[in-house]
Ligand binder design. Structure first.
Ligand code: FA5
Length: 344
């Protein structure tokens, strides 16, 4: 072994480092040039054959060569990184002078349009908005609303039971009971409760999932006249200034008296057309004065307090207001259908 061997190994290594273009190749070369099995290391193992003087000179020479190769590798590594970064920046360059892509905004589902309009309208009249929950107990959905177990009036709503006690609420009236419970027998109450409701129903105007908005007012002086006025103003807000309201006797276990509410047809102004089945009236919602039993069951003194309530079908309102022919359109997310409700 002589000193030129070290020089030779170093020169060769230096040339190869210069030629490398890629990070993986450089890593392999690092192992080959300065790793455990490198030629430099094998020179170290031959040192033992030398004299003490020679050992010193060679040891120093080998160490220097290794350090120099290591620095060259580090420099090269940095160069490769910089080159890679420059290439990436170049490929991701953004031309800020290009014209922008058109951004289109979606449209609210008609269901949501009705809910938002209702909420805005009733909040402006000082009503509170309470949502309740989709999963209810028999107690809140039926019993507190004067619909005891095994009572035939339960058949008015074909309900999805989860187990003996829990169910998917069949009407937003269930939220009424929670509101009254929280009030602890103390009025006044003025709330609307929008939300999803569920029944085993299926045709063009009925769906297993639909929406309702409940309105509940409890006050010492609540009257049927106030109910009529509230409904008339609300329907004029939704369907036009000329709307008239008509009450027909009906039955709900939680209201007494109960009424079915019709509105004069907005399509023919009450003259009779296909929209109103030539009657001049459109059947809209159920309403009534809160049954004294319900007041008592929910902790209110029925001598002191009176109340009125109504419940509308959100889908029915949307279908009427926007001329939708099948309730399923509200639920299938058909973009072409929804586009009609875009503000653009
Ligand atoms: C009720 O659900 C009463 N809780 C409403 C009420 C509240 C009356 C407070 C008195 C006082 P009804 O079952 O009629 O009533 O339902 C109300 C509205 O929900 C209907 O007019 C209809 O528009 C809508 N509705 C009922 N079932 C469905 C269904 N399967 N699909 C779509 N809409 C429905």
């Amino acid at each position: 072994m002589n000193i030129n061997d070290v020089e030779k190994v170093y020169q060769e290594g230096k040339n190869r480092i210069e030629d490398v273009e890629d990070e993986n190749e450089l890593n392999n070369l690092r192992a080959e040039l300065v790793g455990k099995k490198s030629s430099l290391n094998s020179l170290f193992s031959k040192i033992k054959e030398l004299t003490i003087e020679e050992k010193k000179v060679f040891g120093e020479k080998i160490n220097k060569a290794r350090d120099a190769l290591n620095s060259l590798i580090a420099e090269k590594q940095e160069k490769i990184r910089q080159k890679k970064l420059a290439k990436k920046i170049e490929s991701e360059k953004i031309d800020v002078t290009l014209p922008s892509r058109t951004v289109t905004s979606g449209a609210k589902n008609p269901f949501k349009l009705i809910v938002d309009d209702f909420v805005d309208y009733f909040m402006s009249l000082g009503y509170e908005v309470v949502e309740g929950s989709d999963v209810e107990t028999d107690h809140y959905n039926f019993e507190l609303l004067n619909i005891p177990k095994d009572h035939p009036s339960r058949d008015m709503q074909d309900t999805f039971f989860i187990d003996k006690n829990r169910l998917l609420r069949s009407h937003t009236s269930a939220a009424q009971a929670h509101v009254m419970e929280r009030a602890k027998g103390k009025g006044p109450i003025k709330v609307i409760c929008p939300g999803k409701t569920y029944r085993r129903d299926e045709d063009v105007t009925h769906s297993h999932q639909f929406g309702q908005i409940e309105c509940l007012v409890i006050d010492e002086n609540a009257t049927m006249g106030q109910l009529e006025e509230t409904l008339t103003l609300m329907l004029r807000h939704f369907f036009g200034e000329n709307r008239k309201v008509r009450f027909r006797p009906s039955f709900f276990p939680f209201t007494e008296p109960s009424v079915e509410v019709d509105m004069s047809c907005f399509s023919c102004e009450g003259k009779g057309c296909s929209m109103c089945k030539h009657t001049g009236w459109i059947e809209l919602l159920g309403a009534g004065m809160v049954n004294p039993n319900v007041l008592r069951l929910n902790g209110f003194d029925d001598e002191k307090y009176k109340g009125f309530a109504f419940g509308i079908g959100i889908d029915r309102f949307a279908m009427l207001k926007y001329g939708i022919d099948d309730i399923k359109r509200i639920y299938t997310n058909d973009i072409d259908f929804l586009k009609q409700f875009s503000k653009e």
